[in-house]
Design a protein around this ligand. Structure first.
Ligand SMILES: *[C@@H]1O[C@H](CO)[C@@H](O)[C@H](O)[C@H]1NC(C)=O
Ligand SMILES: *[C@@H]1O[C@H](CO)[C@@H](O)[C@H](O)[C@H]1NC(C)=O
Ligand SMILES: *[C@@H]1O[C@H](CO)[C@@H](O)[C@H](O)[C@H]1NC(C)=O
Ligand SMILES: *[C@@H]1O[C@H](CO)[C@@H](O)[C@H](O)[C@H]1NC(C)=O
Ligand SMILES: *[C@@H]1O[C@H](CO)[C@@H](O)[C@H](O)[C@H]1NC(C)=O
Ligand SMILES: *[C@@H]1O[C@H](CO)[C@@H](O)[C@H](O)[C@H]1NC(C)=O
Ligand SMILES: *[C@@H]1O[C@H](CO)[C@@H](O)[C@H](O)[C@H]1NC(C)=O
Ligand SMILES: *[C@@H]1O[C@H](CO)[C@@H](O)[C@H](O)[C@H]1NC(C)=O
Ligand SMILES: *[C@@H]1O[C@H](CO)[C@@H](O)[C@H](O)[C@H]1NC(C)=O
Ligand SMILES: *[C@@H]1O[C@H](CO)[C@@H](O)[C@H](O)[C@H]1NC(C)=O
Ligand SMILES: *[C@@H]1O[C@H](CO)[C@@H](O)[C@H](O)[C@H]1NC(C)=O
Length: 775
């Protein structure tokens, strides 16, 4: 048996999969199982014959494989019974894989005193595994994988003194793993993967000196990884997709033959011990998706045979060790979604594309969109700031362009205002005439207010002047439909979904009213369900929806708080040349917008879909408030598809959108990145610079090491104190506008980074300053 074992064992993992099937055959030596061996004694013993009949009885043989098991004792060992091999009138092997057999495994199986191999894998056999298997004194290989066995493993199974391989993988087994499974001094392969075993790994498994393959992946196992490994022969240890916790024991490094170690998808914490370098033969190390922290020890470069290294989705920090560069056999490498920082070693970034590195906000140099900006550059250049500021061509040009933009905007706004004013006059005139003609004057507004109180209910009852319906959400103002419709209004702006007016109510309060384009909106019934949900959303960085009005002809008005400072877009781009916006203000706006997006994504599970600096409004303290979140929910799907295609928000649109036509949290992150670039550069994304859009222009300028050119000139005055913050914010923003959606961080990460860049702004709780005005 001994030399057969050596022959059957694969030499390395690559060969393993090929040899795996060969091993199955070699488990029983050819001379002992071939038909020719049934010399002399060809008549099966009564005992084995009865056991075979019992075995057949309990199986369901849909394909008729066992039809050949006919006739008398004479035939059973003649070689004509499918899957049966005998020696001296006793069954030594039952091999019926892939035969669509159902039913159960008879416990008469324990009667085959010479059975060496039981291979029934890839069938449909269910029920429990009979404990009588443990009384088979000569069993060497038990292959029951890929069936429907359920229940627990009988502890007796490991009792067969000769057993070498137990493969029960891919069944529905549960309960604890019996420690006695590895009792046999010859056991070298145990595969219990793809079941529902629970509990922890028995200590005996770590102490067995014969075990070579241990596969427990895809179960419900938990507990610590055993800390005292004595099994010096283990070559493959796969424990992935369980719930193991605790840290990686240093003693793992004693497994000097180990070639494959997979612990991915567990809850392992602590750090990667530097002793890992002792695993000289390791070719595959997979630690994906755990809770590991700390630095990667540079000794990892000693794993000269490594070909797969996956450390992704952990919490590793520090730099990626340069020692990895020289691992010539490394073909699969992933460190994405950690907290690595610094520069990716050049040869690694050449060999692997960005999908191996994404999700490390502070990591740079692995793709064109993540250039490493030398942190020293802005302060270093502050002495040489003089050439920049004395560069007189630059500044006037800048101002000139800004002024002309402003002029254009002013002219457009002026024209629009004039048109609107005329329209308003006509509308108002009509309304007043109608009202005075049809309605009794007294008690009118009181009556309507009662109607609002009952608003959720029957429409029409709580009528406005023309049978419209006003529903108020919680907020500081109480007004009636009449108040709203009679308010004086001036146009503030247009968006793809409709026009926004500033309305001054009779009592002097001001609100912003958005009139939705009727053709684009959903039916009133659907509209009301969606708008009620939007009306409940409250966050200091989101512009609250205070009311909606549904007119008798289907007109839809949304009422928001009025923000006197206007939009971020006009704040940045339509100001006079003498108005400066300092860095702390810009940072505060960036963080506020990010908080708003964070709330939309993570509390409301919404996508904004159309985020631009025109949708961000500022209150008196320059706290930003995002509007239009979730507004696409009020619109028909076709309207939304069209809006995605419009040019309105061109500069903010993620590059994949024209193709996918589907807004996601990642397209929002892109838009957020553009807004942050807008704050940094003072440039509007709507005006292309040198034929490229804002993110492209910034990325290429940074790459040419003209980082200072990127920042808004007026920010350069304080560069000695704020340079680092600006630089780090710029790096972050470039991650947000990565052309690859999956490379963009989540908003939570963005927020965390921004707060780290400027810790002062965490202390200041915007909740208080913003929301107290309403309560
Ligand atoms: C038994 O089965 C074999 C193969 O299916 C067949 O050739 C043979 O005729 C059968 N014998 C009897 C006695 O049914
Ligand atoms: C264990 O079983 C699984 C599923 O049947 C299989 O994919 C894997 O290759 C096996 N591993 C070993 C070491 O036998
Ligand atoms: C996994 O084990 C836990 C206890 O350790 C148990 O609560 C849970 O139901 C198990 N899940 C499955 C799918 O068996
Ligand atoms: C490592 O693998 C090689 C080749 O596969 C083998 O010759 C050597 O004995 C192994 N070393 C250890 C410690 O297992
Ligand atoms: C790892 O997690 C365990 C709980 O599962 C905890 O007791 C231990 O302190 C953690 N260790 C580290 C290094 O975080
Ligand atoms: C990573 O660490 C940070 C703090 O150090 C913690 O907030 C975060 O939850 C950790 N992430 C994971 C996946 O463990
Ligand atoms: C790594 O290998 C170098 C030389 O090859 C050796 O000096 C160093 O001690 C090794 N480190 C570890 C942790 O094995
Ligand atoms: C790299 O892999 C090849 C092929 O598997 C092997 O021959 C070679 O020895 C390996 N190199 C190292 C340094 O392990
Ligand atoms: C990698 O190998 C080259 C020579 O092949 C050597 O010059 C360089 O120092 C090595 N790098 C590391 C990090 O060991
Ligand atoms: C990156 O490389 C992996 C394989 O290493 C490949 O599957 C993937 O498509 C590549 N991604 C890009 C964006 O090139
Ligand atoms: C690296 O891991 C991440 C996260 O699981 C995955 O999205 C990415 O496709 C992986 N990249 C490669 C090259 O395997």
């Amino acid at each position: 048996m001994g030399d057969r074992k050596n022959k059957g064992l694969p030499l390395n993992l690559l060969q393993f999969f090929i040899l795996y099937s060969i091993f199955h055959l070699l488990c029983i030596s050819p001379e002992s199982v071939t038909g020719q061996e049934n010399d002399g004694v060809t008549i099966i013993t009564v005992n084995d014959f009865q056991a075979l009949q019992a075995f057949k009885r309990e199986l369901i043989d849909l394909r008729g494989t066992l039809k050949s098991w006919n006739g008398t004792r004479n035939g059973a060992c003649s070689g004509s019974w499918a899957g049966i091999r005998c020696m001296k009138g006793q069954v030594v092997a039952i091999q019926l894989p892939f035969k669509v057999l159902g039913g159960r495994l008879s416990d008469k199986i324990g009667q085959f005193k010479q059975l060496r191999k039981l291979s029934l894998h890839d069938n449909l056999i269910g029920g429990t595994i009979p404990s009588s298997i443990g009384s088979l004194p000569n069993l060497r290989g038990l292959y029951l994988f890929s069936n429907r066995f359920s229940g627990t493993i009988p502890a007796s199974i490991g009792n067969s003194p000769q057993i070498q391989a137990i493969d029960l993988s891919n069944n529905q087994l549960n309960g604890l793993i019996p420690a006695s499974l590895v009792n046999s001094p010859r056991i070298h392969r145990v595969n219990l993967s793809l079941n529902s075993f629970s509990g922890s790994i028995p200590r005996s498994f770590a102490l067995s000196s014969s075990l070579i393959f241990l596969a427990l992946q895809n179960n419900n196992l938990s507990g610590l990884i055993p800390s005292s490994w004595g099994t010096l022969n283990l070559r493959s240890l796969t424990l992935d997709h369980n719930s193991f916790y605790g840290s990686l024991p240093h003693s793992l490094s004693k497994l000097s033959h180990l070639e494959e170690l997979s612990l991915s998808y567990n809850k392992i914490n602590g750090s990667l011990p530097k002793e890992i370098a002792g695993l000289k033969n390791l070719s595959s190390l997979n630690l994906k998706k755990n809770h590991l922290t700390g630095d990667i020890p540079s000794s990892i470069g000693n794993l000269s045979r490594i070909s797969l290294l996956d450390l992704s989705e952990n919490n590793f920090t520090g730099e990626i060790p340069a020692s990895l560069e020289n691992l010539s056999n490394l073909t699969s490498f992933n460190v994405s979604y950690n907290s690595f920082s610094g520069q990716v070693p050049a040869r690694l970034s050449k060999k692997f594309n960005s999908s191996s590195f994404v999700g490390n906000i502070q990591l740079c140099g692995f793709s064109p969109s993540t250039p490493c900006i030398s942190a020293a550059s802005p302060p270093a250049e502050s002495p040489s700031l003089s050439p920049l500021s004395s560069d007189d061509d630059h500044e006037p040009k800048h101002h000139h362009r800004r002024l002309s933009t402003k002029d254009i905007i002013l002219i457009i706004v002026g024209v629009l205002l004039l048109i609107l004013f005329i329209l308003c006059c006509v509308l108002l005139f009509c309304l007043i005439r109608k009202r005075t003609g049809t309605k009794a004057r007294n008690g009118k507004s009181a009556g309507v207010e009662k109607g609002f109180a009952a608003a959720g209910g029957a429409a029409g009852a709580d009528t406005g002047p023309n049978g419209g319906k006003l529903v108020l959400f919680d907020g500081p103002f109480v007004f009636t439909a009449d108040d709203l419709l009679c308010a004086t209004a001036e146009i503030m702006g247009k968006s793809p979904y409709g026009t926004v007016y500033k309305a001054t109510l009779e009592d002097g309060n001001q609100v912003a009213v958005k009139r939705l384009r009727e053709k684009l909106a959903k039916t009133p019934k659907e509209f009301e369900i969606e708008v009620a949900a939007l009306g409940r959303i409250r966050h200091p960085n989101l512009l609250p929806l205070r009311a909606y009005y549904l007119g008798p002809k289907g007109e839809k008005l949304l009422v928001f708080d009025y923000m006197s400072k206007g939009s971020l877009s006009s704040f940045l781009h339509a100001r006079g040349p003498e108005t400066t916006i300092d860095w702390p203000t810009r940072m505060k706006i960036a963080i506020g917008v990010t908080r708003g997006v964070n709330y939309i994504h993570n509390q409301e599970n919404l996508v904004h879909g159309n985020l631009t600096s025109g949708d961000v409004y500022l209150d008196e303290q320059n706290n930003p408030r995002i509007s239009d979140y979730g507004i696409h929910r009020l619109m028909t799907d076709s309207a939304n598809t069209n809006v995605i295609g419009t040019a309105g928000s061109a500069g903010y649109r993620a590059p994949e959108l024209p193709k996918t036509k589907k807004t996601t949290t990642k397209t929002d992150i892109y838009s957020l990145g553009v807004i942050i670039l807008e704050l940094l550069t003072g440039k509007s994304p709507n005006e292309a610079v040198d034929g490229s859009d804002l993110p492209q222009w910034v990325a290429s300028t940074v790459k040419e090491e003209w980082t200072n050119e990127v920042f808004d000139l007026e920010l350069m005055r304080d560069v000695s104190t704020t340079g680092d913050e600006m630089l780090n914010t710029l790096k972050l923003a470039l991650h947000l506008v990565d052309p690859l959606p999956e490379a963009r961080p989540d908003v939570q990460q963005v927020l965390q980074q921004l707060e780290e860049i400027n810790p002062k702004l965490i202390a200041e709780t915007p909740e208080e300053s913003a929301e107290k005005t309403h309560h």
